[in-house]
Every structure is written in C-alpha cells, then in structure tokens.
Design a protein around this ligand. Structure first.
Ligand code: CA
Length: 395
C-alpha cells in the first residue's frame, strides 16, 4: 500500500518535474541577469520575460548543422523566384501601392525592391518562423559556440519587449532570432525599424507599413542610391576570363565596354552609371551580371550573393522583366515551389513518408529522393530537379 501511494505521488509530480529546465540552463539565465541589466533590461522585465524559460536544444542542432549537399544556385533561385512569387508580389504591389509610394518618397527605395525583399524574407508575411524568440536566443546564449553574439541579441529582444513594441507571445521567428515580415535580428530592429503607421510602436510582426518602411530604411542605411539600378545581365565576349572579377572589383563601365562586355541583348553598356563589379555565380558558362552599389546594399541584408541575386532578380520580374537570358550551365534545371509540391506528392504516392507537402524539400524529402534516385539508376545526391520530377510523373 505504501509503495502504491509513493508511486501515485511520483506519477503526480512527474509532469511538473519534466517541465523543469536543466539546472545549468536556469543557472546560466540567472547569471545573465546582471549583464542584461547593464544592457538596459530592467530586473523586473528580465524576470517576467525569462520566467519558467525552457531551453530548446533543437536550435543548437541547427547552429551546428552542416549541409552535406550544397544547393546549386539554379535550385536556390528557382525556389525563391518562381511564377507564384512573382504573381504574389505583383498583388502586393497593388494592395500596398499607397504605402509603398510614401516609403519611396521618404527612403528613396522603389516599391519593386522593397516588395522583393519582403517576398524572399517572409514570403510576404506568410512565413515568420515558429521559434519563440526569447527561448531560442536564451538557449543559444547558454549553449553552443556563439554565445557572446546571441547574448547581445537576447538582451536586445528583451529591450524590445520591455519597450512594448511587440507582445511577448507574438515574438516568434527563425531558430537564430530573425523575426517578422523583414526577418530582422533584434539588434537590427533596434537600429533600423521604423514606426511608419504612426501608432508609436515599431511593429514588424503585425504592421505591414512598419515592415515595408523598415526594409527601405535598412537599404538606405546600407548605401542604397535612389534611382540607380542594382545591375543587369551582360554578355561576355568569347574567351573572357572572369576568374579575377567579382562583386567588389568595381570598374567604370567604359572599362568593361573596352573589354567587350555588352548588355545581354547585345546592345552597348549604358552611360551615366557608376562603377560595377562582374559576377558570374555559376562560372563563365552561366549568366553574368554587372552589379552596382545597390546590389551591395541588398547583399548586406543577408551577406550572400545568391541571396542578393534572388532579390534583385525578383525585383526585375516584378517590374515586368522575364527570366535571365543565359541559361544556367546544367541539363537538369531547378524546379519551382509548385513543382516541388508536385514532386513531394509523387514521393508520397510511391510510399515515402516525407511529412507535410510544403514545397520545401527538407531532410525527409531529400531522403526519399535519394531512394528514388537509386531505384531509377540516377546519381544519388538527394537533389530534387526537373529530371527526377519528369521520371516520377505518371507516363
Ligand atoms: Ca507602428
């Protein structure tokens, strides 16, 4: 009887016990309070927003994740700049035309560029990420290899909450702490977020006007030059060596013209523009681009040239331009999100558990793709391209 009572007591206390954070985490969060206070987080705010905080160790796995497969740029771009996103972006240009015009007037960044950033960052507000920010940043502040960096972001997130800009339960984002329509890190929010709807709060979760203006403010502070292009696709003369060139090696257009570089339609390079660098993201056989300072401003949003090119290209598509003229150097092109969803459906039909059909091709989809590639005698690399999609379609 005594044993049974003890077991019953244990059963009652177990769920509560399971919710207790590991002591080293609780200690770490306690230890950080002093520095948080020095960083402007009041003692009561710190207590309130970190009370009962549990670590989420999945963010440490994300931090240490090394992709075994590096995505070719044509896959990256075909997922980010597809017909669906161009159509959605044009709808956003129309819906928010008035706000975007005011944003352009104040910050000098054109509507298509602002909407392109929005589309790539959060799919026009449809994908904010699902990680509670204080939990994710608290975990990254106490475990893993970039604790000092993430502590700065944690204190910043707490200051944002303390300032009442965003409700605590609304502050969710990526595993690394980027949040809202524009996927700003908390310190970026503090430096650059703008209250554009005039309600006194800088709200990048629930105010489209604040979000669009904040994106434009970011680009302006990163050196955006009003009325200037990001760049354009070019045609290189036969035998041109681009190996020494890059985004940063900027030269006057007259110099590029003298070396035989022309616009991709064969016309001469325009005059009246500043210096540009030559980017050949897939080598000399693929599309080539001359890029100006405005490309650098876009680049600074996420420090990746493929990312910058996705936004730049989407902005051109939103202005009515077509796809790049020069094809990517591959016989197995990348596929759109609609085609990715179709591919996932075909994988499910073949009995694979790939989770949700989301057009993302994550771990489970790639594992199923590997199995299908092996079955079909294709190269086994987990990549979902046009060849695999065609092979799996019913004949
Ligand atoms: Ca506001």
């Amino acid at each position: 009887m005594k044993h049974i009572l003890q077991l019953a007591a244990l059963a009652i206390t177990l769920p509560a016990f399971a919710q207790t954070a590991p002591p080293e985490f609780t200690r770490c969060i306690d230890d950080l309070q002093g520095t948080a206070r020095a960083a402007g987080v009041s003692e009561s705010a710190y207590r309130r927003f970190t009370e009962d905080l549990q670590p989420d160790m999945s963010v440490i796995e994300k931090l240490d994740y090394q992709p075994e497969f590096r995505m070719p740029i044509w896959d990256y771009l075909s997922g980010l700049v597809d017909e669906e996103r161009v159509a959605d972006g044009r709808a956003m240009l129309a819906t928010h035309a008035e706000t975007l015009a005011r944003v352009q007037q104040r910050f000098g960044v054109d509507p298509a560029t602002v909407v392109a950033v929005w589309g790539v960052e959060s799919n026009f507000g449809q994908n904010f990420g699902k990680y509670p920010l204080v939990q994710a940043l608290g975990t990254l502040s106490c475990f893993g290899r970039r604790q000092a960096f993430f502590r700065g972001e944690l204190y910043s997130a707490l200051r944002i909450l303390q300032g009442g800009h965003i409700a605590p339960e609304r502050l969710v984002g990526s595993w690394a702490g980027a949040f809202g329509h524009t996927q700003f890190m908390p310190t970026t929010f503090e430096r650059l977020a703008v209250d554009f709807d005039g309600d006194g709060r800088r709200d990048l979760m629930d105010s489209t006007a604040d979000a669009l203006a904040s994106t434009a403010n970011f680009l302006t502070k990163a050196g955006w030059q009003a009325g200037q292009p990001w760049g354009f696709e070019v045609k290189l003369p036969d035998g041109f060596s681009a190996t020494q060139e890059g985004r940063r090696s900027k030269r006057p257009l007259s110099e590029w013209a003298a070396r035989g570089v022309r616009r991709v339609d064969g016309s001469p390079l325009p005059g009246g523009l500043g210096s540009a660098g030559l980017m050949t993201p897939a080598g000399a056989q693929g599309p080539a681009f001359l890029v100006f300072k405005n490309f650098d401003a876009i680049y600074s949003y996420n420090a990746a040239e493929s990312y910058g090119l996705a936004i730049a290209h989407l902005s051109d598509r939103l202005r009515g331009a077509g796809p790049f003229t020069t094809p990517w150097p591959t016989d197995d092109p990348g596929i759109s999100r609609a085609e990715r969803r179709e591919l996932q459906g075909l994988l499910i039909l073949r009995g694979h558990d790939i989770g949700e059909v989301d057009g993302m091709l994550g771990e489970k989809s790639r594992e199923a793709i590997r199995l299908e590639q092996a079955r079909l005698g294709m190269e086994v690399n987990g990549r979902g391209g046009l060849k695999l999609l065609r092979a799996l379609r019913p004949q």
